[in-house]
Design a protein. Structure first.
Ligand SMILES: Nc1nc2c(ncn2[C@@H]2O[C@H](COP(=O)(O)OP(=O)(O)OP(=O)(O)O)[C@@H](O)[C@H]2O)c(=O)[nH]1
Ligand SMILES: [Mg+2]
Lengths: 586, 79
């Protein structure tokens, strides 16, 4: 079943860092790790959650294909101990696969608090499997679970296939489930959790709910800003000292071209991006808290009526929020949708989500151009624009992607991540930013340096350089948007990955972070800066997104649409904004 | 008297009588605990005629009104 703590257990067992979140459908693909169990290296596979063996959404198909084609030593079934009245149905279906089973009743900490008692022996007898209580998050019962898994491996050293009939057989498990629950689970028929109810009363309030949501979002970004900016200054200070104490003396005797390549190219470019690392870490820390809080499902509840009018549903909105971290996992997250039309429409609007890479560009520009008081508000306006543009796109295209998927979504209890989970998740995501992007960033800034410094002997980034020639060629497209020629070079590189953009600008203007802010402020007023940011927000986020759009839609036509439409829209909106603002005399 | 689920008011409790849904959806309902005989309570409805927030057994679920209409329930005697 989804959201029962499979990935939490997987992480505890293998030391991996699978993504965890209080949302059904965080894991949508196989993830495997090798670990020493019962004296041998064993491959452990973390699967997406499934509701039954008959589902056909893409995440469920991943599980089905795995169970149908792969031979395994056994299955570890993770159920939520507080919801056994429904979750045991999956154990009953999996039993028919005839594979060795270990059934884990996870979240005992919550079950205990709610006063639920489970007769594990009765369950074990009925299911013909080992049954154990566990708290994957806090570790209670974990050693016993490891022992059970090792026992299973010793008793079944050979991998085997499950019975294929299990997928065909139709469920006549209703009566079986009822009697199993009656004999082994002791809890009231309707379970009330006072803590959850008290919070829901406010957060899901019929007319306070939505304002509270947007208020919370605004506060959150203020916090990221407030905590992150001083850390960013610290990082900047460190880099400046690194340059004056280490880099300058080291390059003192080097030929000027090499010195320029290393200092103006690599160091300025990469260093400027690096100053954003602290803020990105802080941002992902907050994202991890939000994802684990259970508020995402509530956001789906609050926004579903609005989304339905746009041809989407509450889950599409949650994916937009997830996209604020990175668009790629959000696009993958749409696998839980069963209707293809709904899924495609959601994927069409997701790339407008203001991801952490774009956040850097905007943080940089807003602090460079706007006053410290205005900057966070401008920043927030871009988030709102991101949501509005997604809605506008859905509204325009919903006729082409009509769907009627019934929506049924669990609202899990509120939770808080443990400190360890929090650090791990934030580190994992920002590590991705460093690792995934660093290749792009280094290559990107080197290319920009070459473009701006070749042919040999030209003044850097002048009209005679290659960059100047390209910019000149693109100028007719960008001049009406108030975007100056050299900045369009940064946009060109931003197509590959937005992380490169600030680095590219630093190289283009041949200066480090602080001086770059001044250089930009000298060349842009707030109108052209906002136009530049709107364009950056709307056009194709990065090549990885395009690749995932293709992989998930399996359609070139759709991918082409998902690239062309945002480009056209970016130009149109920037144009409209810039020309209107100028016409109004700004 | 049986009524469709979407007719219940917040805080009313009822027992599910029958469900009319195509196979795929009724399987999903079953997996989330919506099956005849189960107690169900409507907690609230979402803003702007949004979905219903219901509790069935030990699980909180949101369901759209047009889908809730397909579930027949019988009001449980007030306790
Ligand atoms: N209280 C409590 N929460 C837990 C426990 N195990 C996991 N959780 C929380 O349950 C939520 C879901 O955990 P995941 O590990 O992402 O669940 P999953 O089964 O992998 O979910 P999907 O990949 O979406 O199917 C997270 O908020 C976890 O922190 C536990 O033992 N106790
Ligand atoms: Mg998972």
């Amino acid at each position: 079943m989804p959201n029962t703590g499979k990935s939490t257990l997987f992480n505890r067992l293998t030391g991996a860092a699978a993504r965890i979140g209080n949302w059904p459908g965080i894991t949508v693909d196989l993830l495997s790790a090798k670990v020493l169990l019962a004296g041998a290296m064993v491959e452990v596979v973390d699967l997406p959650g499934i509701y039954n063996l008959h589902g056909f959404s893409d995440d469920e198909m991943v599980v089905r294909r795995f169970l149908e084609t792969q031979a395994v030593n056994g299955l570890v079934v993770v159920l939520n101990a507080t919801q056994l009245d429904r979750q045991l149905s999956l154990a009953l279906q999996l039993k028919r696969l005839g594979l060795p089973l270990v059934v884990l009743l996870n979240m005992v900490d919550e079950a205990k608090r709610l006063g639920i008692r489970v007769d594990t022996e009765a369950l074990a007898r009925s299911l013909g499997a080992e049954v154990a209580l566990l708290s994957a998050k806090y570790g209670q019962g974990f050693e016993r679970v490891r022992g059970l898994v090792e026992n299973l491996l010793r008793r079944h050293p050979a991998a085997q296939h499950g019975h294929a009939e299990a997928f065909r057989e139709d469920e006549d498990i209703e009566a079986e489930l009822a009697s199993l629950v009656a004999q082994s689970v002791h809890a009231p028929a309707l379970l009330d959790d006072a803590r959850v109810q008290a919070l829901d009363r406010w957060l899901l309030h019929p007319w306070l709910g939505l304002p509270l949501f947007f208020g919370a979002m605004f506060l959150l970004f203020q916090l990221v800003y407030g905590v992150g900016t001083p850390l960013q200054d610290l990082m900047e200070w460190l880099l400046v000292h690194f340059q004056s104490l280490a880099l300058d003396p080291l390059l003192a005797g080097a030929p000027p071209l090499l010195k320029s390549f290393v200092e103006d190219g690599l160091f300025n470019g990469v260093g400027t991006v690096l100053t954003f690392l602290p803020i990105i870490v802080v941002f992902f820390l907050f994202m991890a808290v939000v994802e684990d809080s259970g508020y995402l499902s509530r956001a789906a509840f609050l926004m579903d009526a609005v989304m339905a009018r746009l041809g989407l549903d509450g889950r599409s909105f949650v994916m937009q929020l997830m996209g604020f971290g990175c668009n790629v996992p959000a696009l993958m997250g749409t696998r839980v949708m069963r209707s293809r039309a709904l899924r495609l429409l959601t994927m069409l609007v997701l790339p407008f989500s203001l991801c952490s890479a774009r956040l850097q560009v905007f943080l940089f520009l807003t602090t460079a151009i706007f006053s410290p008081r205005a900057a966070p508000v401008v920043m927030f306006s871009l988030y709102l624009a991101s949501i509005a543009i997604a809605f506008f796109t859905a509204l325009l295209w919903r006729k082409r992607f009509q769907s009627h998927e019934p929506l049924l979504l669990e609202l899990p209890p509120y939770r808080l991540p443990t400190l360890k989970q929090l650090v791990l998740q934030a580190w994992q995501q920002s590590g991705h930013f460093l690792k995934g992007a660093s290749g792009f960033i280094v290559i990107g800034v080197m290319l920009v340096w070459l473009l701006t410094h070749l042919p040999v002997g030209v003044a850097p980034a002048s009209a005679q350089s290659w960059a100047g020639a390209i910019a000149d060629w693109m100028a007719p497209a960008f001049r009406p948007l108030g975007i100056d020629a050299l900045q369009s070079i940064a946009l060109l590189f931003g197509f590959v990955a937005k992380e490169v953009m600030i680095g590219a600008l630093a190289v283009i203007y041949g200066v480090g972070e602080d001086a770059l802010k001044a250089a930009l402020a000298a060349r842009m007023d707030w109108v052209s800066a906002y136009s530049f940011m709107l364009f950056t927000l709307i056009y194709t986020p990065c090549l990885s997104t395009v690749a995932v759009l293709k992989q998930e839609s399996k359609s070139w036509a759709f991918t082409a649409l998902a690239v062309a439409w945002p480009l056209a829209l970016a130009w149109g909106i920037s144009f409209a904004f810039y020309q209107t603002a100028r016409a109004l005399g700004f | 008297m049986d009524t469709p689920l979407d007719q219940l008011h917040p805080r009313q409790t009822a027992e599910i009588q029958s469900i009319q849904a195509e196979r795929e959806f009724s399987r999903r309902l079953f997996a989330l605990g919506l099956r005849p005989g189960q107690l169900i309570r409507v907690l609230r409805s979402g803003p702007l005629k949004g979905p219903l927030h219901i509790r069935v057994g030990h699980t909180d679920v949101m369901i759209r009104r047009q889908d809730a209409r397909r579930i027949q329930v019988r009001l449980a005697p007030q306790t």
